[in-house]
Design a binder for this molecule. Structure first.
Ligand code: HEM
Length: 437
């Protein structure tokens, strides 16, 4: 029995709510919101369990139409969006009335970036977001530091591939180490290349953040992490993102907390790049297009990265929280309601999207698809300010890798680009590498 009074939004029953929490929320929490747990990702890959979340929300849509559907959780109301128009509305009306600073995001991100823009409100958020936009040059497809980034990538990928060609193998671990060297050099300069300790500190803070408010804050570690970042920003190396930050920083903009988010998010960008490489390696026709991509824009490689995050979104739950009561076709959604946009439901909706489970880079080549929301980087005023930077770094990295080397998947890990799995476990994926003849 559902409680669907005409003057109220659709409310799921206790059983339906439990199902959504278990099937949609369960895998997200189990694999780790802030840092992924490799064994859980391995289980999800092997079982394909994540596809049931999409199937469940499709069922809710068949039953309740456009929604949104409401769930009563301990202490608050939670809305789940089912219609593209509602998704567009909430993203466009961010940060007010739909704040990026939701309770659960606040509880997780305060573990390492208490003044991050995502968990700030009002004028503090505006100032912090503006600092991100300026330093990351969010509105420019090619960042003005692109030549410096290009050289860093060329050096790091050459070192990585020299090592891998000797063994004939490239796994996520080696790729990730060099990816983070690239990140630290682009951010702080060459002297930070070996500062693995900084990345490790953040991993420990993120592990605590996986438990949100259930884990005590590691305040001393957080203070050490943020002051180490602040030290890099204090004397910024020329030609780095730190220099750009310093040029626009204000006290309230809390530059080191913004960098906390950047270093955290570089992990997602590395995962997405490695997965894109794996899919490209699965088929000659994609590999050829990738190798022949036009420089410097590299539209095909950028589209491949966008496909990687469409198929396997690194931010599968975009969360908002209303700061006032909002009107939904005459129905009222209360103040402080949590709003969930489940991106796999949009990106893998095989009842609406003909290419839901296919690798379809062409979908992005004529600009962003607008008919249906494909939003791996979110959209609207809360869109990822590093979207263009990620596409630049990832496409340069892929181009450097494909230049003189050939990659293949081992037979046990073949990928069919026409029928892609709900989860792609990068942790256990080892690609074969050889120098081209
Ligand atoms: C594959 C890589 C990435 C993806 C898919 C991605 C996606 C996203 C998404 C979906 C959001 C919105 C989150 C929300 O509303 O809760 C976001 C926010 C953000 N991202 Fe990224 N991101 C990536 C990498 C990066 C990198 C490398 C950086 C920095 C160098 C970065 C900086 C940020 C910042 C600062 C925000 C907060 C924006 C705000 O407060 O409005 N992201 N990202």
């Amino acid at each position: 029995m559902t409680n669907t009074l005409p003057s109220e939004l659709v409310r799921l029953t206790a059983v339906e709510t439990a199902l959504v929490l278990a099937v949609v929320g369960g895998p997200l929490l189990a694999k780790g919101v802030m840092v992924r747990r490799p064994w859980v990702v391995g289980v999800l890959h092997a079982t394909g369990l994540e596809r049931y979340a999409v199937a469940l929300l499709q069922r809710q849509r068949r039953r309740y139409g456009d929604g949104p559907v409401m769930m009563r959780l301990p202490g608050r109301e939670q809305a789940v969006l089912l219609s593209p128009d509602h998704v567009r509305r909430v993203l466009a009306e961010t940060p007010e009335p739909f704040e990026t600073d939701s309770s659960e995001k606040h509880a997780t991100l305060t573990h390492f970036e208490p003044k991050g823009s995502l968990i700030s409100r009002g004028t503090a958020r505006a100032e912090r977001r503006a600092l991100n936009d300026r330093a990351l040059e969010s509105n420019r497809p090619i960042h003005s530091l692109a030549p410096q980034f290009h050289n860093i990538i060329a050096e790091e990928i050459a070192a990585l591939l020299q090592m891998s060609s000797e063994t004939g193998e490239l796994g996520w671990g080696a790729f990730k180490d060099h990816w983070f060297r690239i990140a630290r050099r682009c951010l702080f300069g060459d002297h930070a290349a070996d500062d693995q300790a900084l990345t490790d500190m953040l991993i420990r803070l993120r592990s605590a953040a996986n438990w949100a408010f259930l884990h005590l804050k590691r305040r001393t570690l957080r203070a050490r992490f943020l002051s180490r970042v602040a030290a890099y920003l204090h004397v910024p190396a020329p030609g780095t993102l730190a220099e750009r930050l310093a040029a626009h920083a204000t006290r309230r903009a809390a530059a080191e907390d913004q960098v906390g988010q950047w270093l955290f998010a570089f992990d997602a960008a590395g995962i997405a790049t490695f997965r894109a490489l794996a899919v490209l390696a699965s088929t000659d026709r994609f590999m050829e297009r990738a190798r022949g991509d036009a420089v410097p824009e590299m539209p095909f490689l950028r589209a491949s990265l966008l496909e990687s995050v469409r198929l396997w979104p690194t931010t599968p739950a975009i969360l908002r929280q209303s700061d006032r009561a909002t009107d939904w076709n005459g129905n009222v959604m209360r103040k402080d309601t949590g709003v969930l946009i489940h991106t796999p439901f949009l990106h893998r909706d095989d009842e609406r999207l003909p290419f839901a489970h296919r690798f379809a880079p062409d979908a992005w080549l004529d600009g962003e698809p607008t008919v249906w929301p494909l939003i791996p980087f979110s959209a609207g005023p809360g869109e990822c300010p590093a979207k263009n930077l990620v596409l630049l770094l990832a496409s340069n990295t892929l181009a450097a890798m494909l230049d003189r080397h050939r990659f293949a998947l081992p037979p046990s890990r073949r990928i069919d680009p026409d029928q892609l799995p709900a989860t792609l476990d990068q942790f256990s994926l080892v690609l074969r590498v050889r120098l081209a003849n």
